[in-house]
Design a protein around this ligand. Structure first.
Ligand code: SF4
Length: 469
């Protein structure tokens, strides 16, 4: 979970990058930053907190340039140290390199060790710096930027959507499985944008062209996009949790409307749960689209049982358990008249640790609900994610060590229904073989030490095969 954006245009880009990052804020709230390039100088500004708190008109004015990249961070690899706030900026042999990354490499340690052996000194604990080190090392050894990207993509393993700026030129590449989203858009006034989600394009008035393909690398100029298919996989492995929870509902990811997927999940869940109740309510906001689908398919009226304080962060992406607990209390307040004496269906996106569900059900019962039926828009999360999501240990996952019935008892729900795995895949509309479902099945699309791997081939294809976007 992180959000990234890059713009190259005929106009100053810092304000547009700030809006794009603000729109991607749901992907990371710990910190953010922007780097721009203007006449040989890289301007940079970054800090902790929300985008609206980091940037002011003055700081944005100081970020001069018609090319820039930005990042909002949720920490996965590397801690919350200031050094790990992106973009990272480097100078080497007269070049300036600024880079942002969404995803998680699974071979960071080996690569760090190898490059430290060659004399490279790392100043952060982030996997993104490893990507930068590989790119810089190739360029130092007289490789073209395209060749450096190809080499880098062959060496790094994991999920990655990367945007970098080298001497004011903008490049981007996406891992061969397309695990994390990345899309391309254009400005009618001249220029291009790449960003994690299409909502960032909408926010800045850009038009979506298409998704960056898995294994593709793009070199962007203000008037042209050069594309190379650097890596190829027998099938992609798009993260199912982008559709369930991570992405904004109004995004279109890999050609699929996230809102539509969530509504379909809700409709299928209504058939699978077959619960009788007085109202269908979302746990806002990520359960809302699924709840509308549930209500429409079941005929049980949609009524909001809980109102969200929109000025507190998403509980799941708060970095510590204590902060998550406090955030739930601050975040949701019941609508007493919709709850008292009623049988309530609560629709949520997922159960990870179970603490949030337990607390919300307790609040709804406290306000007089007769029954609380919990309907979950994902199958049980039973395994860790090594590819960019912060549920790293099996011990933390309530569904890893408890059956559905045991989880129901633990969260004190009247009933608990998860969408079936088949129902989820049907709602997304892609073949199961095109999805990463590692955290739901314990079987991953690439090699992770100690874990089971799906059979999926990844190869380098002709790096000089050019095609235009
Ligand atoms: S393991 Fe789960 S959260 Fe991680 S990339 Fe795969 S589907 Fe997404």
């Amino acid at each position: 979970m992180c959000g990234i954006a890059g713009i190259i245009a005929n106009f100053e880009v810092s304000g547009f990058l700030c809006w794009a990052l603000h729109t991607l804020q749901h992907r990371g709230q710990e910190s953010g930053g922007i780097s721009t390039y203007n006449s040989g100088t890289v301007h940079k500004y970054k800090g902790y907190g929300l985008v609206s708190a980091i940037f002011t008109n003055d700081t944005l004015s100081a970020l001069a340039g018609k090319t820039g990249i930005g990042h909002v961070r949720y920490p996965t690899t590397g801690g919350s140290e200031q050094e790990n706030i992106q973009p990272f900026n480097f100078m080497f042999r007269g070049h300036s390199l600024s880079i942002v990354h969404n995803g998680n490499l699974v071979n960071t340690d080996e690569l760090r060790y190898e490059y430290e052996g060659r004399g490279h000194i790392f100043s952060t604990t982030s996997d993104t710096e490893v990507i930068a080190a590989i790119l810089a090392n190739e360029i130092i050894h007289d490789q073209t930027v395209d060749a450096a990207i190809s080499f880098c993509m062959q060496r790094i393993c994991g999920s990655y959507a990367v945007i970098f700026m080298l001497d004011g030129a903008l490049y981007t590449f996406r891992d061969p499985l397309g695990i994390k989203p990345l899309c391309l858009g254009w400005f009618k006034d001249g220029g291009y944008i790449v960003a994690s989600e299409s909502v960032a394009l909408d926010a800045v008035g850009a038009k979506l062209i298409r998704d960056v393909a898995p294994g593709e690398s793009l070199r962007l100029r203000a008037g042209k996009v050069y594309s190379r298919q650097v890596m190829s996989a027998s099938s992609p492995a798009h993260c199912v949790f982008e559709y369930i929870y991570f992405a904004r509902a109004d995004s279109v990811i890999d050609g699929i409307s996230v809102y539509d997927v969530r509504q379909k999940i809700g409709a299928l869940l209504a058939k699978e749960a077959a619960v009788t109740a007085d109202i269908t309510s979302p746990i806002p906001d990520s359960g809302t689209a699924a709840a509308t689908g549930y209500a429409a398919a079941s005929g049980i009226p949609f009524r909001e049982a809980l109102i969200k304080n929109r000025y507190t962060g998403r509980t799941f992406i708060m970095p510590t358990q204590a902060k998550r607990e406090m955030a739930v209390r601050m975040k949701l307040n019941p609508v007493r008249g919709h709850i008292t004496g009623k049988s309530v269906i609560l629709v949520d996106d997922s159960i990870v640790r179970g603490t949030t569900s337990r607390r919300i059900i307790a609040i709804v019962r406290e306000f007089g609900a007769k029954e609380v039926h919990l309907c979950i828009a994902s199958p049980p999360v039973i395994a860790p994610c090594y590819l960019g999501t912060d549920f790293p240990t099996r011990e933390e996952l309530i569904s890893h060590h408890k059956s559905v019935e045991e989880v129901r008892k633990a969260v004190k729900a009247t009933s608990l229904t998860h969408i079936s795995f088949e129902g989820l895949v049907k709602a997304i509309g892609l073949p199961c073989s095109h999805l990463c479902t590692g955290c739901l099945t314990g079987v991953y699309p690439l090699a992770i030490p100690g874990e089971e791997r799906e059979l999926r081939d990844i190869e380098r294809i002709d790096p000089y095969k050019n095609m235009e976007a």
